[in-house]
Design a protein around this ligand. Structure first.
Ligand SMILES: *Cc1c(COP(=O)(O)O)cnc(C)c1O
Length: 386
């Protein structure tokens, strides 16, 4: 009888056909042409037509009113939170189960993260548990939500769509309304994911994307902020371009801005990548189907599917160990990685990271359990065939 780790490694190898990275980009379209074009024109940097085009293509793809391209997903979060009114001394509800950038962006605003738990199936912020926690710890005073234990205003909520699976936005938006919280969505992992035919990142005031090299599509480094409100998008553009007032030749900055704009050469790569996104999404869904078949009949694990009423982009494919199988996790990780099948546990909970030991938090039982039971396996689009 083969061990659980052995069975999993054979199933994964059957799909990958040999060594495979966790997630590699695919450049199969106009990437070289568009990048070459920026070099030929000399417009590789802060001015150029690819930035406008990339923003328009992103807005069209996601159905957001406007998209503003920026240097990376972390900068996108920083600006989105500032526009949500997050200020020094505020608190922001964040999931404990996320990449640290989500939480760091709160700190960049001088605000304090307030950690909340995950729902069991997909790991996103859990609206039911958050409601209980807010009922217990907060009160509404003059139209703001006050944390009674710290005396601080809880200004915003920052759900993240884990591994591309849409968070339960209807319930979260309802809760946010009741508690006067502004919603910013961290959609860094969920380009190409929809809930009830609405793209992730378009439910709240703003949603942020990342185009880092390991994400579904890449610009080398890059990010974007999605808005439904045009005036907010204009404000984001202003803040991310050093708050320079439009003028033919003079330099006048009307506030402290940021140098967060996406260079044209990166946007060129993004335009080419975006053209291939529908194909990539088909491949990634295909890969999910192949894994699902390969894992049928292996007891003790499950492959994370997609939430009801949603289309996930399947950015990363995730094995979920049954409760009671936690002790097998590291053996499975070792076996997979020894076989060249690059696999990773999820980030530990951010609430356990050194800078955030003292941050306020709800009970985090589910997030803790998931952190011990999830394994991401090779997920590149090219493994899905086409
Ligand atoms: C990748 C990622 C980010 C940050 O994106 P960068 O472009 O690397 O700054 C933020 N949040 C989550 C959840 C991510 O996965």
């Amino acid at each position: 009888m083969t061990s659980l780790a052995g069975q999993i490694a054979s199933a994964v190898a059957e799909i990958t056909g040999g060594k495979a990275p966790l997630h590699a980009p695919v450049f199969a379209g106009n990437e070289m042409r568009y990048v070459q074009d920026t070099i030929n024109s000399t417009f590789v940097s802060s001015v150029g037509e690819y930035v406008d085009r990339f923003e328009q293509d992103l807005a069209a793809f996601t159905g957001a009113g406007k998209a503003v391209a920026v240097v990376n997903g972390t900068a996108a979060l920083h600006i989105a939170l500032l526009l949500a009114g997050v200020a020094r001394g505020d608190e922001v509800i964040v999931p404990a189960l996320t990449f640290i950038a989500t939480v760091n962006a709160v700190s960049y605003c001088g605000a304090v993260p307030h950690f909340a738990d995950s729902e069991a199936d997909f790991g996103c912020l859990c609206p039911q548990k958050l409601r209980l926690h807010l009922e217990k710890t907060c009160e509404i005073r003059d139209g703001t939500c006050i944390n009674r234990e710290t005396g601080r205003i809880i200004r915003a909520m920052l759900p993240m769509h884990v591994f591309g699976h849409p968070a339960p936005m209807d319930e979260l938006m309802q809760l946010a309304e009741e508690y006067h919280l502004t919603v910013v969505e961290d959609a860094a992992e969920s380009l190409g994911s929809w809930r009830n035919n609405r793209h992730t990142g378009t439910f709240g005031l703003a949603g942020t994307l990342s185009f880092n090299g390991n994400k579904t599509i890449t610009t080398g480094g890059g990010g974007a902020i999605l808005f439904n409100d045009e005036a907010l998008a204009r404000r984001a553009k202003h803040l991310t371009t050093t708050a320079k007032m439009p003028h033919a030749w003079d330099y006048c900055h009307d506030e402290i801005g940021y140098n967060y704009r996406l260079p044209n050469i990166n946007a060129a790569l993004g335009c080419a990548q975006l053209e291939q996104l529908p194909d990539m999404l088909r491949s990634k869904r295909g890969l999910h189907g192949r894994y699902k078949q390969a894992f049928t009949g292996i007891d003790g694990i499950d492959l994370m599917g997609e939430p009801k009423g949603c289309q996930s982009n399947f950015w990363l494919q995730t094995l979920v160990l049954d409760e009671g199988q936690e002790h097998q996790r590291d053996v499975i990780l070792q076996t997979l990685n020894d076989a060249g099948l690059m696999s990773r546990p999820i980030w530990g909970l951010i609430s356990d990271q050194k800078p955030y030991h003292e941050a306020p938090r709800a009970p985090l039982d589910v997030a803790h359990s998931l952190a011990r039971r999830l394994i991401n396996i090779p997920s590149s689009a090219y493994l899905g065939g086409n």
